[in-house]
Write a protein that binds this ligand. Structure first.
Ligand SMILES: Nc1ncnc2c1ncn2[C@@H]1O[C@H](COP(=O)(O)OP(=O)(O)OP(=O)(O)O)[C@@H](O)[C@H]1O
Ligand SMILES: [Mg+2]
Length: 481
């Protein structure tokens, strides 16, 4: 795999028109009346949308519907070009005849036809883009805020899981399993973004099974969200898929409606953090009943190897070269010259201790933003040989000890305000906005807090589950002592 393939481009929502698109539009126009099956435009989301609405429609008719809608739009900006294409391809009018009708030479007809096709291609591509953006926005509202700007070493992983997700038969339940922080949620998120635009699914839902814990450090229940049981699952899916149901329906009736819905077409349902469901074994039989043709993509720190019908994809850590690429990328993003200019040997020594666990690596990068690189490397040497969970605890303590009182106060309030904005966090931590902002800035530098949201005015802050666990166990224990 070359370097570029191993990187996953950030989800920008920008897609350039394929180079041969005008040629494909020309082919589709020529095939307007063809009896043979033509599927030059089958890979467009525009085609998928038509297929979903009219299940039995042929590829040629789909392509014709796309062309018609494009011609309609072209008419508004270039009426003559649209008419030319309509007469030439839909009405099969010969260039000769048209040249007489328009009183120009047949050569002129061909001269005008070419730019008209190019313009039609641009118009159709624009329609495709609008649909893609709309679809992405819709699905993104169901996802959690992204904590990454670029993923490393995922191209192969995406391809391997994708084969299973696109298979026309079983497995219907697929689980991404692996250690905390290894990148299960990030991979599921990347897959959802891929499938939002192409692929066999009519729609995609995302559910986090994570239950909020009691927070002894603060003495509050984080949220009264119900744990993920069958009824909560059904409610959430019916809501995300906009299935209208009468209020006060019994749980059994709701489940029956959901079953019928998921059996009617293939949907993709992601359940993140399955292992946090206390009795997930009891959820599995329900998922089996709901699946086929719909699919479930689960993430879990625990292995589900014991279940023969669940396809288990074990997430391995990043390779050495992907780890180094991640470190260099983080250095660039955070403006850390010490790390950006670090020698290969220094970067390798980080890999020797931390391995290719993305979250642990990001935390170490966080340390480099506040301590000199040699000191961080020195500290890491002491962690050599520790198991992953001990390593996390070690790194978290290093980070915690580097915090001032205000930052500690803000971090402790974070579990109560997951995905909150500045105003919500201010209310929760009872701090003035400028003080809070400085504290958050520091926590983000340390990778203890992650920022999501599209623009500066819409920043949302959250902490990773492992950070939360550290606060709830280690810090709480220590504070209670
Ligand atoms: N391949 C990758 N390249 C760069 N960053 C990554 C990659 N995979 C994950 N990350 C980042 O590392 C952090 C941990 O990843 P993620 O939350 O997906 O782990 P997880 O396996 O879901 O952990 P948990 O079991 O605690 O839920 C996140 O900040 C994520 O954005
Ligand atoms: Mg996760």
């Amino acid at each position: 795999m070359n370097k570029d393939q191993s990187k996953e481009a950030p989800m920008s929502g920008h897609f350039d028109m394929p180079k041969d698109f005008a040629k494909r539009i020309h082919q589709a126009l020529r095939a307007w009346h063809s009896r043979q099956v033509e599927d030059t435009l089958a890979d467009l989301l525009l085609a998928q949308q038509i297929r979903i609405k009219q299940e039995t429609v042929s590829p040629r008719l789909i392509s014709n519907q796309i062309l018609l809608a494009g011609l309609e739009r072209l008419k508004q900006i270039n009426a003559r070009g649209a008419e030319l294409l309509q007469r030439r391809f839909l009405d099969q009018e010969k260039a000769q005849k048209l040249s007489v009708r328009w009183n120009i030479s047949p050569d002129m007809i061909f001269q005008q036809q070419r730019p008209a096709i190019e313009q039609l291609a641009e118009v159709i591509w624009q329609q495709e883009l609008e649909l893609r953006q709309h679809r992405l926005r819709q699905i993104e509202t169901r996802l959690e805020a992204r904590a990454y700007s670029q993923l490393f070493g995922v191209a192969e992983k995406i391809a391997e899981v994708r084969v299973q997700l696109e298979s026309p038969s079983s497995p219907w339940l697929i689980v991404l399993e692996g250690l905390g922080g290894i990148g299960k949620t990030a991979l599921a998120d990347a897959l959802v973004h891929k499938f939002a635009l192409t692929g066999p699914f009519k729609d995609i839902a995302w559910i986090s099974a994570k239950q909020q814990d009691f927070l002894p450090a603060i003495g509050l229940q984080a949220t009264n969200q119900p744990a993920l049981d069958v009824d909560t699952l059904a409610n959430s899916l019916l809501e995300q898929f906009n299935v209208e149901i009468p209020l006060s329906l019994s749980p059994q009736a709701k489940l029956a409606i959901l079953t019928k819905f998921l059996k009617s077409s293939p949907y993709l349902i992601v359940i993140d953090n399955l292992e946090t469901v206390v009795d997930y074994q009891t959820l599995l039989p329900t998922l089996r009943k709901l699946a086929n043709p719909s699919r479930f993509l689960l993430t879990s720190r625990h292995s589900l190897q014991a279940y023969a019908d669940v396809f288990c994809y074990n997430l391995k850590e990043l390779s050495q070269s992907d780890t180094l690429a991640l470190l260099r990328h983080e250095a660039q993003m955070r403006g850390l010259p010490a790390l950006a200019n670090a020698s290969q040997t220094q970067l390798n020594s980080i890999y020797q201790v931390v391995g290719g666990n993305p979250l642990a690596l990001k935390l170490v990068v966080g340390q480099i933003s506040v301590f000199p690189l040699p000191q961080v490397l020195d500290n890491l040497k002491q962690a050599h040989g520790k198991k992953m969970d001990e390593l996390y605890t070690y790194i978290y303590w290093q980070a915690w000890n580097a915090l001032n009182v205000t930052s500690k106060q803000v971090l402790l309030a974070m579990p109560l305000a997951q995905d909150g904005d500045l105003a919500q966090l201010a209310a929760m931590s009872q701090l003035a906005t400028d003080k809070l902002y400085d504290a958050l800035d520091h926590l983000v530098m340390l990778s203890l807090v992650e920022v999501g949201g599209d623009d500066l005015t819409d920043h949302r802050y959250h902490i990773h589950r492992l950070t939360e666990t550290f606060l709830l166990t280690e810090v709480a224990k220590w504070q209670a002592a």
